[in-house]
Design a protein around this ligand. Structure first.
Ligand SMILES: NC(=O)c1ccc[n+]([C@@H]2O[C@H](COP(=O)([O-])OP(=O)(O)OC[C@H]3O[C@@H](n4cnc5c(N)ncnc54)[C@H](O)[C@@H]3O)[C@@H](O)[C@H]2O)c1
Length: 351
């Protein structure tokens, strides 16, 4: 499958690791580090290492899960880099889902004012969305990605074989970002995905999603305009995700929370942005088909709206949403007031 050229780096799609070997054989790195969590160490690293011609590397492991995408684990990464004597010519290879690629990218972009890093995304969500576009970061005080940088990797290597060990729930979570790509930019793609189950996503669909995201990112790398469309579902979704992480014993996954956010923001789209009732119903039915209902209780609604007020996308205290005008088209900088956001959550609660 064709390599996609992003801002300053290639996104390579391959079921072997020839391109990774070629990249490493350029030999410009003094030291190579792999960042993994306990699951990617078990399920992904052996396949990667057995196909690479390198023996000299150091391994950094963090615990898996969004709750660990924080400054403490980041300090752990920096400490290991220091202990293993990483210098400015070192390379960090992030092998994992969006938590690893976001946090590893952040750790690399700030260590010694920035060392090179490469993304090897191993979940559906990180392959179709998180690994491309140069957003790195960590959570703090239950606020999603509130600390972070824009920093571009040297390369992204996407291998569909990694998805074979991914649990179904994680595939369904990643599928939400693919549905988002269709909703904001490609009507036919949305209708195609609607008929596919997340377990049957093809490498061509992963490629198509990356291409859609990349086209947006190339036009607006620093999210001054068009790139904000990728935030559809994320104003409400991030609040739901933060809330769930803080309060639920088995918190929602990122994509599951964004799915709730997309239903709420589709509601706002009909109310404020001209999305037709007919298309709204199709969107709601699609999410009902793939996602279990998250039980939002009425008493939580003000807490969720408070979380939205801290969203990093806001400006001058206004809560900012990207909303659909129709399936396949999205507009940015739609300011929503508390009453509208409460109404969207109450709609979800009752739908
Ligand atoms: N930077 C961006 O542009 C961007 C975009 C979207 C999402 N994100 C971020 O991505 C994160 C979510 O990423 P995620 O959904 O990949 O979650 P994740 O990184 O937590 O990975 C999900 C789980 O799958 C495990 N895993 C990873 N690969 C596996 C494999 N091949 N086989 C078996 N298990 C495997 C992980 O250990 C983890 O337990 C969120 O923090 C979100 O904010 C970032």
């Amino acid at each position: 499958m064709e390599t996609i050229q992003s801002i300053s780096y290639p996104v390579v799609f391959s079921n072997d690791f020839t391109a990774v070997n070629l990249f490493l054989q350029q030999g410009k790195y003094s030291k190579i580090f792999f960042l993994v969590d306990e699951k990617t160490e078990k399920f992904c690293l052996p396949m990667l290492l057995s196909n690479l011609d390198i023996t000299d590397y150091d391994l950094i492991e963090v615990s898996s899960g969004e709750e660990n995408k924080n400054i403490d684990f980041c300090i752990g990464i920096w400490r290991m880099l220091i202990d293993f004597k990483a210098d400015r010519n070192s390379l960090l290879i992030n092998v994992g889902g969006g938590v690893i690629t976001d946090m590893g990218g952040f750790a690399a972009s700030t260590f010694k004012r920035g060392i090179d890093f490469v993304q090897v995304p191993t979940t559906l969500l990180s392959q179709v969305d998180a690994s491309v576009g140069g957003k790195t970061g960590i959570d703090m005080n239950h606020l999603k990605n509130i600390i972070g940088t824009f920093a571009q990797p040297k390369a992204v290597f996407i291998n569909a074989d990694f998805l074979k060990t991914l649990p179904t729930r994680q595939l369904v979570s990643g599928f939400a970002e693919m549905l988002k790509h269709g909703l904001i930019a490609d009507r036919n793609y949305f209708y195609l995905l609607k008929e596919v189950s997340p377990e049957n996503v093809s490498p061509a669909m992963v490629h198509h999603s990356v291409n859609l995201k990349n086209n947006v990112v190339l036009e607006d790398p620093e999210e001054k305009g068009l790139r904000k469309t990728l935030n559809f579902g994320h104003t409400v979704g991030h609040a739901i995700e933060s809330f769930s992480l803080k309060n639920d014993p088995d918190p929602l996954l990122h994509g599951e929370a964004i799915a709730v956010g997309m239903v709420c923001e589709a509601y706002l789209s009909t109310r404020k942005n001209g999305l037709s009732k007919q298309e709204f119903d199709i969107i709601v039915q699609t999410f009902k088909q793939f996602y279990k209902k998250y039980t939002v209780k009425e008493v939580w609604v003000p807490v969720l709206v408070d979380l939205m007020k801290s969203d990093k996308k806001n400006s001058s205290g206004n809560i900012n949403c990207s909303l659909l005008t129709q399936i396949g088209q999205c507009t940015i900088d739609n300011y929503c007031n508390e009453e509208e956001l409460c109404a969207s959550l109450l709609f979800y609660l009752n739908c």
